[in-house]
Design a protein around this ligand. Structure first.
Ligand code: RBF
Ligand code: MG
Length: 468
């Protein structure tokens, strides 16, 4: 089957006479007929049409389309530019998702269970060993741990001892930020989804049973025990495509681990990597794209319906709270950048921090003696400076006469702007942070965000942690 990719600069005329950009995909069935999918990136109109596409090699084709549904009427003929010479990205019609580390935040679980288990043997779990287990089959992961810690038991004994400890914690595993949003989005747009994990199928079903609406959203679930070999072999992904009844080339895989990315590529699929351990993105060279978190996924890049929840350059998120004394950071904020961030002590917040992807967020900041202020902040390792620790650096959008080190700072975080980035010069970093400030300043006046200004947490005393 020949797939045509029509990439950019495409316009069609709607019934009101105005032109709208269209993302267009055409799957030739070999006889010159094609199915057209019309999607406006502006999200104002949406429609599906069928038309005939001449399969000769001219670069322009006229196509008649009549919408099957949606609010637009494509009445006239429109012209598409066609590029078969350079199909950059294949267009996907289905999404296949990994579970552990991709949709579920299982990192904390691993250290929790293993930490407790190893201490019985007088050993201490070292988080750095985590890479030995990511994307591995349960047997491989177990063998790696038994070996790394020189445990006086066989791999199978280890598995039997650890399994019940795991399954009793399944109810506590949190969804990764953006996982519910992604599942609802694709489900709502009728994009078929499959779950493809190295875990045995019963474990997959057990884990997802604690997340409302997940099981029903997947038309296919494949576990590591249902194929000959687990990832990095392509088997799991190929089996998922077969059960979805689609070509592997029209599947988009979303994966957090390197073996998982290898498996998806070996299956002939497009793969977006969402690394679950920090500072590793350079190792994911075979992925078609590496993103920082599920919040950064742009489905339209893969020919899938775009998210519609971004407002004025910001993404509303479920609000979360953090507070503590303002500490002296590295002093770069005001000295080097001219941006005085009120760095927050992250002591006691390691769980909260690990649950939130690095990136630029915004919200409201409360200072007991000064009031409530707009705030934009970065969470992460500041790629430009390559910090060793994940930090929280809020910038209160207000001119203060004096420093307020030691004072209690309360934050309610309500929206997301972008992932942290590296920059070729300090000027471009500063310009970007100022742009973040302007985006936050404006967005916080929108009713969806402004209501949080009155959140009692911003004014309560530190000991009251009822919100956390
Ligand atoms: N540091 C980076 O290396 N990359 C970024 O993209 C980045 N974005 C930021 C956005 C905001 C709104 C703020 C307040 C800081 C950001 N920083 C970023 C962190 C900045 O480098 C840091 O605050 C200074 O180094 C002070 O320690
Ligand atoms: Mg995974």
């Amino acid at each position: 089957m020949l797939t045509w990719h029509i990439l950019s600069g495409i316009y069609f005329k709607n019934c009101t006479g105005s032109y709208n950009p269209v993302i267009f995909s055409a799957n030739s069935n070999g006889n010159g007929k094609a199915n057209l999918a019309l999607v406006s990136p502006q999200e104002k109109e949406k429609g599906k049409g069928k038309g005939n596409l001449n399969s000769n090699t001219k670069h322009k084709h006229s196509v008649c389309a009549s919408p099957q549904n949606g609010s637009i009427a494509v009445t006239g003929r429109f012209t598409v530019k066609m590029s078969i010479a350079k199909p950059l990205k294949k267009l996907a019609s289905c999404v296949i998702l990994d579970l552990d580390g991709t949709l579920l935040n299982t990192d904390a679980l691993l250290s929790d269970v293993l930490g407790g288990f190893l201490s019985k043997y007088g050993k201490q779990w070292d988080g750095r060993e985590v890479h030995k287990t990511l994307g591995k089959t349960p047997l491989e992961a177990a063998a790696a741990i038994v070996e790394a810690y020189d445990l006086p038991c066989t791999t199978n004994e280890f598995i039997s001892a650890i399994n019940p400890l795991y399954s009793e914690k399944w109810c506590n595993i949190k969804a990764q930020p953006g996982a519910n949003r992604l599942i609802k989005h694709f489900g709502g747009h009728g994009v078929p989804m499959a779950l493809a994990s190295n875990s045995p199928r019963v474990n997959i079903e057990g884990k997802i049973s604690f997340h409302q609406g997940w099981k029903e959203s997947f038309s296919v679930i494949i576990g590591g025990d249902e194929v000959a070999s687990g990832k990095p072999s392509p088997d799991i992904y190929l089996e998922a495509a077969k059960k979805l009844n689609v070509e592997p080339s029209s599947c988009l895989v979303i994966e957090d681990s390197i073996p998982g990315v290898t498996a998806g590529k070996a299956a002939g699929m497009e793969v977006v990597a969402v690394p679950s351990i920090p500072k590793q993105s350079h190792l994911y060279t075979s992925a078609d794209e590496v993103i920082n978190s599920l919040l950064d996924l742009k489905p339209e890049k893969w020919g899938l319906p775009p998210f519609q929840d971004w407002v004025e350059g910001t993404l509303p998120i479920e609000s979360w709270y953090i507070g503590g004394p303002v500490i002296k950071g590295l002093g770069r904020g005001s000295k080097v950048l001219g941006i005085p961030t009120a760095n927050l002590s992250t002591e006691g917040y390691s769980t909260v921090l690990s649950e939130h992807p690095s990136g630029v967020y915004f919200g409201w900041a409360g200072l007991p003696t000064k009031g409530v202020f707009k705030m934009v902040m970065s969470i992460g390792w500041n790629p430009y400076f390559n910090n060793p620790e994940k930090t929280i650096e809020p910038w209160l959008l207000h001119d203060f006469a004096e420093d307020f080190y030691g004072e209690d700072l309360r934050l309610v975080i309500v929206g997301y702007i972008r992932p942290e980035a590296n920059f070729s010069s300090i000027e471009s970093l500063i310009a970007k942070i100022h742009e973040d400030g302007r985006i936050a300043e404006k967005a916080l006046d929108l009713p969806i965000y402004s209501t949080y200004r009155d959140d009692p947490y911003l004014k309560s005393c530190v000991k009251d942690s009822s919100h956390l």
